[in-house]
Write a protein that binds this ligand. Structure first.
Ligand SMILES: Cc1cc2nc3c(=O)[nH]c(=O)nc-3n(C[C@H](O)[C@H](O)[C@H](O)COP(=O)(O)O)c2cc1C
Length: 164
């Protein structure tokens, strides 16, 4: 017999019932499309969990959705010399993100080999814009779908625990 729902889907549906009013936005910096793809997957999975979320480029932020969102997820890609000097790409645009005071926030990055301290640096930037950080994940570029799903599972787990 075919399994209708994975356990993680069930948990998300149940969580969706309790956090129906929360909206989300994913804001990504992307050069070759990986961080955009991961961001779109994260937005789709959060929406499926009952948190209506859109993904948009940092160059074209949907300010209406941002103002309504309680959950802001910021993504970038790892820019460095592969084995050292890693940092989030697009730092100038990231530090000029609109203020997100009081909003719940999380970060992710996509990378090829080694992400170094990129997540910590990205978290610090988002925190300085006013976000209340609840987590972050480095997603390997060959595992975008699985990484994005895993990230959403963890975020939903944290949100669930916070609302309990
Ligand atoms: C100029 C440049 C520098 C990069 N530096 C690193 C690095 O230091 N470590 C790493 O793991 N990946 C590095 N990458 C790989 C990217 O982080 C990876 O391909 C990422 O998924 C690209 O995201 P995007 O498709 O959204 O642009 C680099 C890529 C470029 C173009």
């Amino acid at each position: 017999m075919e399994t209708l729902y994975r356990w993680s889907d069930m948990r998300r549906i149940l969580t969706g019932l309790t956090s129906r009013s929360m909206k989300g936005i994913v804001i990504y910096e992307s050069l070759t499309g990986n961080t955009r793809k991961a961001g779109e997957k994260i937005a789709a999975e959060l929406s499926r969990s009952g948190i209506p979320t859109i993904a948009c480029s940092i160059r074209q932020i949907d300010l209406q959705q941002l103002s309504e969102a309680e959950l802001v997820i910021v993504g970038s890609w790892v820019d460095g010399l592969f084995l050292f000097g890693q940092k989030p790409a697009g730092v100038r645009r990231l530090i000029e993100l609109p203020a997100i005071d009081g909003k719940t926030a999380a970060v992710y990055c996509t990378y090829a080999i080694e992400s170094g301290k990129t997540l910590d640096k990205l978290s610090a930037i988002v925190e300085r814009r006013g976000g209340n950080m609840i987590g972050g994940m480095a997603i390997k570029r060959g595992e975008l779908d699985a990484g994005a799903s895993d990230f959403v599972d963890r975020l939903v787990g944290v949100l669930e625990a916070q609302s309990a």
